[in-house]
Design a protein around this ligand. Structure first.
Ligand SMILES: *[C@@H]1O[C@H](CO)[C@@H](O)[C@H](O)[C@H]1NC(C)=O
Ligand SMILES: *[C@@H]1O[C@H](CO)[C@@H](O)[C@H](O)[C@H]1NC(C)=O
Ligand SMILES: *[C@@H]1O[C@H](CO)[C@@H](O)[C@H](O)[C@H]1NC(C)=O
Ligand SMILES: *[C@@H]1O[C@H](CO)[C@@H](O)[C@H](O)[C@H]1NC(C)=O
Length: 426
């Protein structure tokens, strides 16, 4: 191989800019494909072997020692791919790609094996993907850290709730291939429970969606990229009574989880409001002493900058409508995502810390970029952390519930609290 500025890529596949957060931008648009030239050069060579296939590109200098020797090895991970492949070696960078060598062709052993869901192509460079190559959108830099940290503690984990956002595929189905593979070591061992989320909103088979405003979703937006939640709802099972409505209850050990769908209307008089009340009201606290409410968007409390407008500190109409229910049925802890940094409240009711109230926890930091908090924390906000992490909930018995917030980078506990109850009071 020749030195300097070479890049590898699979022929006619994904090109993209390097190191730039490409949120919402088609990666192919960054490369001057119209300028591409062929100038095969005998001094350059590239060889592909069956276990090292790529559908994307990496810069040659990604291989250690390349700068010194002009030789290197790059490794690509491929999922659900069925095409024959060759690799091209280019010089000239993204702006002036010149093909100097083409590798041998690799064919798959079983090219007719069914592909599920299917692979779409077109991604950006060098993000969370395990092989270090590019990824569409470049929006979830910590997702591998979080996956790994959860995996390391899997022996002490009975069930995982992933309350959205899920894959940030936004219509790029190859992201789902990556995501499902990434979490497979978890999903193959413990229940992996999803909640509705705004990127694959309305995961229940697209009854409503965020394809476009006025499409029937409670909040208006275009986040789903046309997926309408179909891939998520199809790939992961949750015990909804009606798959068109992504709300459900689940009893697990000493817990009852009431999982709301924040992408659908929950206001009084709606079907979802009735469900939430039914879920909270019917728990048998002798069997399930710990009552958990969860939803993707922050229906409770958040001092996230964009939630602070108008002093709402949460989704418009969320808390005002649901707080009486949390109070009446003594919800112990409520969890949300959507806002990425971590925040925990005191036991709170009507914006005041109280002796007996619900603790609200925002744990949206599994991977995607952070946003900021208000400068001054409201009085009910006990702990805020602008870093990536996840929560762990442990019920020791009917009187003691422990929560830990762990950072994804090191798996260590950075915040924790305990809920105590009298036995007579459970
Ligand atoms: C590798 O090459 C690319 C493109 O020339 C450059 O942007 C990048 O900084 C280089 N990386 C290293 C580690 O040298
Ligand atoms: C979404 O858009 C519709 C139509 O413009 C509007 O009636 C509705 O109030 C919007 N929903 C929210 C939550 O803003
Ligand atoms: C949060 O970030 C936004 C956008 O950069 C900025 O306008 C705002 O001032 C920041 N807020 C705080 C509290 O830092
Ligand atoms: C992932 O974890 C490593 C190791 O702790 C850390 O250096 C890195 O900053 C983490 N990445 C992100 C995006 O937080």
């Amino acid at each position: 191989m020749r030195g300097g500025g070479l890049l590898f890529l699979a022929l006619a596949l994904a090109f993209a800019a390097c190191g730039v957060a490409g949120y919402g931008v088609h990666p192919l648009s960054r490369i001057a494909v119209h300028r591409a030239r062929v100038a095969l050069d005998e001094s350059a060579a590239v060889r592909a072997s069956p276990k090292l296939l790529g559908s994307r590109y990496q810069f040659a200098n990604y291989s250690s020692g390349y700068a010194q020797s002009g030789k290197g090895t790059l490794k690509f991970q491929l999922i659900n791919q069925r095409q024959d492949f060759s690799f091209g070696l280019f010089t000239g960078g993204l702006s002036n790609p010149t093909l100097v060598a083409v590798s041998n062709k690799i064919a798959f052993a079983n090219p007719k094996a069914p592909v599920y869901p299917r692979l779409a192509l077109g991604k950006t460079w060098n993000e969370a993907e395990r092989d270090g190559s590019n990824e569409y959108q470049n929006f979830q830099p910590a997702s591998l850290n979080t996956t790994d940290a959860v995996m390391r503690d899997l022996d002490n984990t009975d069930v995982v709730f992933h309350i959205g956002d899920i894959s940030y595929a936004n219509g790029y189905l190859s992201q789902w291939d990556q995501f499902t593979q990434q979490v497979e070591p978890i999903t193959s061992r413990v229940p992996y429970m999803l909640a509705s989320n705004s990127v694959s909103p309305m995961m229940a088979v697209g009854i409503t969606s965020e394809i476009s405003p006025n499409s029937g979703s409670f909040y208006n937006g275009t986040d789903s990229g046309g997926e309408c939640g179909v891939p998520a709802a199809t790939m992961y099972y949750v015990p909804t009574e009606n798959r068109a409505n992504y709300w459900y209850m689940a009893d697990y050990g000493m817990f009852r989880f009431c999982v709301a769908d924040s992408e659908q209307d929950w206001q009084e008089g709606t079907e979802q409001y009735s469900f939430i009340e039914h879920c909270l009201a019917t728990v048998d606290r002798a069997k399930q002493p710990w009552l958990i409410f969860t939803a993707h968007r922050v229906l409770g409390y958040s001092s996230g900058f964009y939630y602070s407008f108008n002093g709402a500190f949460g989704e418009p109409m969320g808390r005002q409508i649901l707080e009486p229910l949390w109070r009446r049925y003594r919800v112990d802890v409520a969890f949300y995502g959507h806002f990425h940094p971590y925040e925990r409240t005191c036991p709170v009711h009507q914006e005041k810390c109280v002796q007996e109230g619900t603790v609200h926890v925002v744990v949206g930091g599994a991977g995607a970029y952070m946003s900021n908090f208000t400068t001054v924390a409201p009085p009910w906000s006990v702990y805020r952390d602008m870093d990536y992490g996840f929560g762990k909930l442990t019920a020791s018995n009917e009187m003691t519930l422990q929560f830990e917030y762990r950072r994804s980078s090191d798996g260590q506990v950075y915040d924790s609290f305990t809920v105590h109850k009298d036995k007579k009071n459970v």
